[in-house]
Design a protein around this ligand. Structure first.
Ligand SMILES: *Cc1c(COP(=O)(O)O)cnc(C)c1O
Length: 221
């Protein structure tokens, strides 16, 4: 199947999540060409998520008709290249990045939309705030003039234990629901990739980031 058909099929079969909410699909586009990305957009994909600043910059002017988001680990010295060009930063995972993004946004006279990344599996290899600190962190970030919190993002650890993974998604949903009570603009819980998106939306995620299932295997993997 073509990328366009993959996208159409995925969007057609995508159910509402456990809370009856519509699920937003973000195409994870690392190592994909502009042509491949445009095909996904033609197939109905409304949001594009980049991992690498260099790729984001190279493709920025060529990609039209979709929300541009950043989903990968972001080095503070590269924030300046994304300012004003990114609709949503999904991977706000540490304080020095909060400081830099806030500072650069204010300097540009804009407010940047962010998701607070949580290290839900407590993994050394992943970024993000600890779950216990998630609410206080989001509260503090929302106070920054240059930043606006629209929700939370997390990546599940690798495990065959579906009950355990489901429990982690539900913990994230609980954080999301708690924070949303006092911050009505909050609307995204971004959890789910090609291998685990069904489990994630069955347990309360409303945004998924899909690479392989749309584009096929990544080149070089
Ligand atoms: C690559 C990537 C994805 C998508 O992964 P697939 O398994 O290919 O669907 C999702 N989120 C992030 C942050 C990624 O880097």
């Amino acid at each position: 199947m073509s990328i366009r058909d993959n996208a159409k099929e995925l969007l057609k079969e995508l159910p509402l999540n456990a809370y009856g909410e519509k699920v937003t699909v973000v195409a994870a586009v690392k190592f994909r060409t502009v042509e491949e990305i445009q095909e996904a957009i033609d197939g109905g994909i409304e949001a594009i998520g980049d991992n690498h600043v260099q790729e984001f910059k190279e493709k920025h002017d060529s990609i039209v008709g979709a929300s541009r988001q950043f989903i990968g680990h972001l080095q503070t010295n590269k924030v300046k290249y994304l300012i004003g060009k990114t609709d949503l930063y999904q991977s706000l995972d540490r304080w020095d990045l909060v400081e830099e993004l806030d500072k650069r946004s204010k300097r540009a006279g804009i407010v940047s939309n962010v998701l607070v990344q949580i290290n839900i599996g407590c993994e050394e290899s992943k970024g993000g705030f600890p779950l216990e600190e998630g609410e206080a962190a989001a509260e503090e970030i929302e106070k920054r003039e240059g930043l606006h919190v629209l929700g939370f993002m997390a990546m599940l650890p690798i495990s065959d234990d579906e009950a355990y993974l489901a429990s982690l998604v539900r913990k994230m949903r609980s954080l999301y629901d708690t924070f949303r009570k006092s911050h009505p603009d909050v609307k995204y819980l971004s959890m789910g990739m090609s291998g685990d998106w069904k489990l994630c939306i069955e347990n309360g995620s409303n945004m998924i980031r899909i690479g392989t299932a749309l584009f096929g295997k990544r080149p070089g993997y």
